[in-house]
Each structure stands twice: as C-alpha cells, then as structure tokens.
Design a protein around this ligand. Structure first.
Ligand code: SF4
Ligand code: SF4
Length: 150
C-alpha cells in the first residue's frame, strides 16, 4: 500500500534505531516515517489521498501483539483498533518484538527489511531471555509436550 518510492532507511537510521530501542509500541512512529498511501490503492473517494500516512484503523498491530495475547483483558479497555489504542493499552510493557511494524500496511517495506536484516538477532536474543521468566510460559516444556504428542 505505501508509495512505490519508499523511505531510504540510510537517511533515517538514527531516528529509526532510537524508536526501535524504546520500550513502547513502535508502529505509529514507523508509519509516520513511511511514504504513505499509494495512488494505486483504490479507494472510491474524490479526495487525493496519495502520500497519506495516517493509521487505517485496521487493527493488525493489535491482533499480532504478543503482549496483548498474554494480557487479553487489556484489549477490553478500548473498542478502537488504531496505533494510538495500541500505545495506550501496551505502553512500556511492549516486548520490543517489532511484529506490529511487520503487519502494518502503512509501514514502508524498506523499514520492514531494515528490521529483518538489522534488528532480528537482537529481537530474538531479547525474547530468548524471557524464556524461564516466572511470568512467561515455559517454552521448553511446551515443546516437550508438543513432541510427546507426535
Ligand atoms: S510487543 Fe511487539 S507487537 Fe506489541 S507493541 Fe511491542 S513491538 Fe509491537
Ligand atoms: S497496523 Fe493498521 S491499525 Fe495498526 S498502525 Fe498500521 S494501519 Fe494503524
């Protein structure tokens, strides 16, 4: 959905890393760094919306968020399915997994590729550290159980 010519991540690497290093949902700010709506994305309205970067309210980022899957009661705090809702119900409890960036139709592919190519090792090691946390599901046990059923 974003424009064909998308943001060059070399030009925004500093700010992008600052966003990705902050313990807060990153999708809204990555959306604003992106190129915006493509004219080829057909919406039957008179207004020219090309380049439009606002949240579509699709809720993809809310649906994918692992924190909200563990704490579904937080979702009951609002009916809204926007990045602003995500920020208000997740806040500093964000796992910094970057999944919300990956599923947002308004985030440029160049930013998604940057995350995959430059940040995933860090994300994986951060998530790996959670294994064994008292509050987290024991993934080793889960795996053993799954294997014992095969
Ligand atoms: S936990 Fe992951 S999906 Fe949820 S807000 Fe944080 S980065 Fe996005
Ligand atoms: S995934 Fe959908 S709801 Fe979330 S920020 Fe992107 S456009 Fe908005």
């Amino acid at each position: 959905m974003p424009l064909r010519i998308q943001i060059n991540t070399k030009e925004i690497e500093g700010i992008l890393n600052e966003i990705l290093n902050t313990k807060s949902p990153p999708v809204g700010r990555c959306r604003l760094l992106s190129s915006g709506f493509s004219p080829a994305h057909a919406l039957n309205i008179m207004e020219d919306i090309s380049g439009h970067k606002e949240c579509l309210g699709c809720g993809n980022c809310i649906d994918i968020c692992p924190f909200l899957s563990r704490e579904p009661s937080r979702r009951e705090k609002t009916e809204q399915r926007t990045s602003m809702a995500l920020e208000s119900i997740v806040g500093e409890d964000c796992d910094q997994c970057d999944a919300c960036i990956m599923v947002c139709p308004q985030v440029d592919t160049t930013i998604k590729h940057y995350v995959v190519n430059h940040r995933m090792l860090e994300v994986m090691s951060r998530l790996e550290q959670r294994i064994g946390d008292e509050d987290e599901p024991d993934l080793d046990l889960f795996l053993e159980e799954a294997l014992s059923q095969t």
